[in-house]
Design a binder for this molecule. Structure first.
Ligand SMILES: [Zn+2]
Length: 202
């Protein structure tokens, strides 16, 4: 068991306690469940593809999002990596298409998009011709560098969207202003949004 704990601890986010809990859980479930689980992991690792249109990780190419006729083809959201895409998908608040800048980031730990990836984005924009481009990069130093790289590729495309938007950032929901950290407060002031006069409408 000690050897298995050591192996499981190599996985991201798993400590000794988590490893022990996983082992006891699987012992309780039996061999069939272990076989099913390892089969799923094996087939994902062996069969995964990178979507040739958006860079999402999928078992089919194009991915389920690009090939879904119900998705809004007019909106293109540019994200840093597949984890960001998955998180937005789980929120359920976005129905457009994506472009993943660094599909291999989690797998091969390469963070920055190279020239080829930027040209790939330009080609995707020209092929899709979205009316809105949404830049969903993170509000940190890496995300800011990615934002500039993305804008370079967007500017290089022949297609001109009606609007280019960027994820809002500033104060997190539910926080009191007096407790906001300096960076968030700075962003909230810089990226303040206009409001309209309140008028009683009948
Ligand atoms: Zn796709």
């Amino acid at each position: 068991m000690e050897e298995l704990i050591r192996e499981l601890r190599k996985l991201p986010g798993i400590g000794s306690e988590g490893a022990r809990r996983i082992i006891f859980y699987l012992m309780g479930k039996g061999v069939e469940e272990v076989d099913r689980l390892t089969g799923l992991i094996r087939s994902l690792v062996a069969d995964y593809k990178i979507c040739s249109q958006c860079g999402n990780i999928s078992r089919v190419d194009p991915c389920e999002i690009c090939s879904n006729p119900l998705r809004e083809k007019d909106k293109l959201c540019i994200v840093e990596d597949v984890e960001a895409l998955m998180n937005i998908e789980q929120s359920g608040f976005y129905d457009g298409l994506y472009h993943v800048m660094t599909p291999h980031r989690q797998i091969f730990s390469t963070g920055e998009p190279d020239e080829e990836q930027l040209e790939y984005l330009t080609r995707h924009i020209d092929a899709l011709k979205p009316s809105e481009i949404i830049i969903g990069t993170s509000p940190n130093v890496t995300g800011q560098l990615m934002y500039f790289a993305v804008m370079k590729a967007v500017t290089a495309s022949k297609h001109r969207p009606d609007k280019i938007t960027r994820f809002a950032y500033g104060l997190p929901a539910g926080i009191h202003v007096e407790h906001a950290d300096k960076t968030s407060l700075h962003a909230a002031i810089d990226f303040r949004t206009p409001v309209e006069f309140y008028e009683n409408k009948k």
